[in-house]
Design a protein around this ligand. Structure first.
Ligand code: IPM
Ligand code: MG
Length: 368
């Protein structure tokens, strides 16, 4: 049987340097655990625009459709701010999500013990935090029509449309319930049913799917604004949160920051199963391209490395190996290694991106 295939899209800014560290981890699994991958690399985002005039070529899109998993670094940068909307780096990412139909975006917010003091919240509020936000990723106001800016009389009007079909809501709700069963069996669904019809439908469909197929899972509903408030007040009340594309974008940044550093958090975007039973999948760190520190060896590679751990778990059925990698990350943090983003006010000497990657490889070796 051939090796599972991975398409690596480092992207812009710090993307390439954090992805170099992930390559070390991938190589380690090939050499030490007999888990070899066929890896190809390509361009996405601003670098693809520079090379081809588009943030994602059809050829790259085609490759993404045909691999077992895509691993992406980050896209965007100030250099591209004035580009037309249709060719902005972010469009490359949105096209991948949409055309691969990656409707369930898993964004864990987990607080590493060694970093509990980094949160803007008290350590006892965030210590041991482990929640999962499932954000609908292929519909809602991000893609709804009509959209655009047009003229009405003598002023301009900007329009976007929040739109959800019943089946779009049902499938992401199922993803949330399935995941909850493998965790603490609790789902909280968030929308704005008090002001939006799409929110009323969201609540109805989630409730129906629950009653018909998942009544063993504990389900609650919250308005998304109250959800934001509860997330900062007492985040440990949640296990799995399921919400739409835009609310999920906001709530996942909020949840990420509870844990102390955006530089730590991975994500998985999953679609329907392919012929081989694996879900269509793209893995990427939650953080952006951080152009201000790009190329300086300061970036934290952990979010991207943990994204590969999610790939091991959700695409390749290697949950134990994913846990091994997560434990290796915990070990280097417990040993006190810190990239610049993790330096507290007491200071100290940060390690470089590459040193962090090397230390994680060393911890993996020690795990054997
Ligand atoms: C995210 C980002 C993206 C989004 C941008 C880069 C298009 O904020 O993945 O959360 O808004 O979805
Ligand atoms: Mg976002």
């Amino acid at each position: 049987m051939s090796n599972p295939s991975l398409l690596i899209l480092p992207g812009d800014g710090i993307g390439p340097e954090v992805m170099s560290e992930v390559r070390k981890i991938i190589d380690w699994y090939g050499a030490k655990r007999g888990l070899a991958f066929d890896v190809t690399e390509d361009l996405v985002g601003g670098c693809a625009y520079d090379a081809h005039g588009t943030p994602l070529t059809d050829a790259t899109m085609e490759k993404a459709q045909n691999v077992d998993a895509v691993l992406l670094g980050a896209v965007g940068g100030p250099k591209y701010d004035d580009l037309d909307f249709s060719v902005k780096p972010e469009r490359g990412l949105l096209r991948l999500r949409k055309e691969m139909d990656l409707y369930a975006n898993l964004r864990p917010a987990q607080c590493f013990d060694a970093l509990a003091d980094f949160s803007s919240l008290k350590a006892d509020v965030v210590g041991g935090l482990d929640i999962m936000i499932i954000r609908e990723l292929t519909s809602g106001v991000y893609f709804g029509e009509p959209r655009g800016i047009h003229k009405e009389g003598n002023e301009r009007v900007g329009v976007n449309t929040q739109r959800y079909t019943e089946s779009e809501i049902a499938r992401v709700a199922r993803s949330a319930f399935e995941l909850a069963r493998r965790r603490n069996n609790k789902v909280c669904s968030m929308e704005k049913a008090n002001v939006m019809e799409s929110g009323v439908l969201w609540r109805q469909v989630v409730t129906e799917v629950h009653a018909a197929e998942y009544s063993d899972v504990e389900l609650s509903h919250m308005y998304a604004d109250a959800g934001a408030m509860q997330l900062t007040r007492w985040p440990k009340q949640f296990d799995v949160i399921v919400t739409d594309n835009l609310f999920g974008d906001l709530l996942s940044d909020l949840a990420a920051m509870l844990t102390g550093s955006l530089g730590m958090l991975p994500s998985a975007s999953l679609g329907a199963p392919m012929a081989n039973g694996r879900p269509k999948a793209l893995y990427e760190p939650v953080h952006g391209s951080a152009p201000d520190i790009a190329g300086q060896g300061k970036a934290n590679p952990i979010a991207c490395i943990l994204s590969f751990a999610m790939a091991l778990r959700y695409s390749f059925d290697q949950g134990d190996e994913a846990t091994r990698l997560e434990k290796a990350v915990e070990k280097v943090l417990a040993d006190g290694l810190r990239t610049a983003d993790l330096m507290g006010p007491e200071g100290g000497a940060p390690v470089s991106t590459a040193q962090m990657g090397d230390a994680i490889v060393t911890a993996l070796n020690a795990s054997l």
